[in-house]
Design a protein around this ligand. Structure first.
Ligand code: B12
Length: 315
């Protein structure tokens, strides 16, 4: 467990970043600051506030207490009570250290190779050791995009060339899926943030990219539900109504898995909340015409672009 005191008090972030990371709107943050005075942002010359990583953790802690059912005044009272006794609350779990603490021994590409070797020799203990050491040394985006993704790519190529068994591909993807599920569950769920339903198109089983997207968007403070592979469109539309979802995000890698999505936005439009359909995946990356024809929002070729696009849409 990490105390909030361990996070840097240096003012670096704008209110937009605090809002994205905590799921609390800027207008609410300003109101809380005026009324309850529990943050200590620095000021730029132009009087703009600059918040620290520690401030972000305090806001996350407060919103977590709100989710537990406390009112904002009770949550702030509890926080100030602890601080008056010189106690910093424990930061909400984030699996990764607040800031990577050690210098990486190898480049991300080398870690990807080491992980590949652990997978192809079915050495789970070694894969675990590699993961444990990278988690204390590199940030989440590097782990996902520079270690996991290239490693999986090489696994796919080796499978295609007939060099590794299907069992090995399943072993590797199951391991990575497990790590990602743990990460997803370690981030708090903010019940007041926009609701995003994320998963795979019908008959699509490549769930790692949408799972990565779920982890990253939950880290940004969205209320993300990861629904996994092979989601039938009609049932998902009904579920989007049940949950009053703000957005449904689906991944498709093949023509036959993308096809059922073409009628989906029209179905979503009929719901009271008219959630947007966001989509992406290998099939759309490779087919310009398909992504232009599909009624919905192409979220981009990569997951970091998708996150920015979701921010813009949810704003
Ligand atoms: C793991 C894996 C599987 C696993 C998936 C397990 C799981 N739980 O997810 C299993 C074993 C189920 C599987 C099955 C199959 N697979 Co497969 N698989 C892979 C592998 C090795 C890794 C995929 C992966 O997770 N990559 C990591 C993620 C992060 O990258 P990504 O999926 O490429 O996604 C990126 C972008 O596409 C984009 N993106 C993806 N989704 C989304 C969604 C949104 C909203 C956005 C914005 C962006 C986005 O962002 C990501 C980052 O840039 C790839 C190899 C490869 N080159 O990718 C083959 C690969 C994708 N599979 C392939 C094939 C052929 C199959 C099968 C048809 C094999 C078969 N005969 O059964 C089936 C099809 C199943 C189905 N209908 O879905 C081929 C596809 C070739 C093609 N162009 O058609 C590949 C490329 C292997 C190869 N080299 O030939 N597979």
């Amino acid at each position: 467990m990490v105390s909030i005191a361990e996070y840097s008090p240096e003012g670096k972030y704008t209110i937009k970043v605090v809002s994205e990371r905590s799921g609390v709107r800027p207008v609410t943050l300003r109101a809380w600051e005026r009324r309850y005075d529990f943050l200590e942002p620095g000021r730029l010359d132009n009087n703009y506030r600059l918040y620290s990583e520690r401030d972000i953790q305090v806001v996350r802690w407060i919103t977590h207490r709100l989710d537990d059912g406390l009112s904002i005044s009770a949550a702030v009272r509890e926080y100030k009570g602890l601080r008056a006794k010189g106690i910093w609350p424990v930061a909400l779990p984030t699996v990764l250290a607040p800031e990577p603490t050690e210098t990486p021994q190898y480049s991300p590409a080398r870690y990807a190779e080491l992980l590949y070797e652990a997978f192809t020799s079915h050495n789970e203990t070694h894969a675990r050791e590699i993961l444990d050491s990278v988690q204390s040394m590199v940030d989440l985006n590097t782990i996902l995009f520079k270690i996991f993704q290239p490693c999986l790519y090489e696994i796919g190529e080796a499978w295609y060339r007939g060099e590794i068994r299907i069992a090995t591909e399943h072993f590797a993807s199951s391991f990575i899926r497990g790590v990602l599920m743990n990460l997803l569950q370690a981030f708090p769920i903010y019940s007041t943030a926009p609701t995003l339903l994320i998963g795979c198109a019908p008959e699509e089983f490549h769930e790692i990219a949408p799972l990565m997207l779920s982890v990253l968007l939950r880290r940004e403070g969205y209320q993300v539900e990861f629904l996994g592979p092979d989601l039938p469109v009609d049932d998902l539309v009904l579920y989007a109504e049940d949950t009053a979802a703000d957005m449904v995000i689906l991944s498709a890698g093949f023509e036959h898995t993308a096809r059922p999505l073409f009628k989906m936005q029209a179905q979503l439009e009929k719901l009271p909340k008219k959630p947007r359909l966001g989509f992406g995946g290998r099939y759309f990356n490779e087919n310009d015409a398909a992504r232009e024809q599909l009624d919905g929002i192409f979220l981009g070729q990569s997951l970091d672009k998708a996150i920015q696009r979701v921010h813009d849409l949810m704003d």
